[in-house]
Design a protein. Structure first.
Length: 346
């Protein structure tokens, strides 16, 4: 899992960096050390990076599990065998709990003997839970162009089926919610900064950049009921963090998924547009970003996409793809930032 932090000032350039785990590598064995204690273990929102296929050796498959109430004590290495689908193990190295919240990291190895769900039951610090990793058939790959959909403005969008998901293959550019309510256009910096309600713009306030889609603050997503004020076409929703995580896993993990999502060539991306193949037919474009102060950065070099998932009361999670990398990364940012939006079919 990776996380990017954006820092900017009126005279500085926005910079993003990979997320590094803030917790020590965790180990979980079915026999925990007496000193390591946690209050909760969250297998419901486990993040899996990488994919598993029947009869193929697992490679770079990593699982991240959040915990809370750590007492800062040491725990030992553990290795857990899978059930449901056999042939796999999940290993966590010895480490030291954070005091409070933290994250356990497991590396999955082995060769799954069948398709289905591989189940791993873990126990550490007095808590237990189980997580699942889907194992697909070796030859199962579904990526194909989908139907054309229309938003309330009459804009039409290509779509693509990627595995079991159907995504927009273009960035959203609507000016209205589905009920016809306008999303205010904020042009000058002060109106963008002071917008306590939904707002939209085009990069550099230039309509010629509409081909990259509109940039929206997070209020467009978060302050309105999905049924009455949905910004996506009817039957679709703003992509959530879990939607992006599933997409990345299907495409082989975050280290390579960005290149498979990026539009290839240099028409809309600056050189080198590293590893761009658009194998997923996703047509990711670098629409850049608008800061909470109203300044614009990174068009043709970085694409930022809001998710509908909050990190906390002030911040929400987003995805980023860069012109000089084949990776896709995630972080969270102030909700007054302006980013692109992609929708997913319900």
């Amino acid at each position: 899992m990776k996380k990017l932090f954006i820092a900017f000032a009126l005279t500085s350039v926005l910079v993003a960096c990979k997320k590094e785990s803030t917790t020590p590598t965790n180990n979980n064995n079915n026999t925990t050390t007496n000193s390591a204690v946690i209050n909760s273990l969250d297998c419901s929102s486990v993040l899996v990076v990488g994919t598993l296929k029947k009869d193929e050796l697992a490679s770079q498959v990593t699982v991240y599990i959040d915990y809370a109430g750590g007492n800062g004590k040491a725990y030992s290495t553990s290795t857990i065998s899978s059930t449901g689908v056999s042939g796999l193990t999940a290993k966590m190295e010895a480490g030291v709990l954070n005091t409070g919240e933290g994250q356990f990291t497991y590396i999955v190895s082995g060769t799954p003997t069948s398709a289905g769900n591989a189940v791993f039951a873990i126990s550490i610090g007095g808590q237990t839970c189980s997580f699942e990793i889907a194992v697909s058939d070796a030859n199962q790959t579904v990526i194909k162009a989908g139907e054309t959909i229309t938003d309330v403005d009459g804009n039409q969008y290509k779509t693509v089926q990627i595995g079991e998901q159907q995504w927009m293959a273009e960035n959203l550019r609507t000016t209205k919610f589905n009920d016809g309510t306008m999303i205010p256009l904020a042009i000058d910096n002060s109106s963008w900064l002071n917008a306590g309600v939904p707002a939209r713009c085009y990069y550099d306030n230039n309509i010629s950049n509409a081909k990259y889609g509109a940039l929206y603050n997070w209020s467009v997503i978060g302050q309105y009921d999905v049924n009455s004020k949905n910004v996506c076409p009817s039957g679709w929703h703003v992509s959530r963090n879990i939607d992006w995580s599933d997409l990345e896993k299907y495409l082989g993990g975050s280290d390579v998924a960005g290149g498979k999502l990026k539009e290839a060539g240099f028409l809309n991306w600056d050189s080198p547009n590293s590893d761009a193949t658009n194998a997923a037919l996703f047509n990711a474009l670098p629409g850049g970003l608008r800061t909470s102060n109203g300044d614009f950065y990174w068009i043709k070099q970085r694409g930022y996409w809001w998710t509908a998932t909050e990190q906390n009361g002030m911040d929400a999670i987003y995805r980023i793809i860069k012109y000089d990398s084949g990776e896709i990364n995630w972080s969270y940012e102030y909700k007054k930032m302006g980013m692109s939006i992609r929708c997913v079919k319900n």
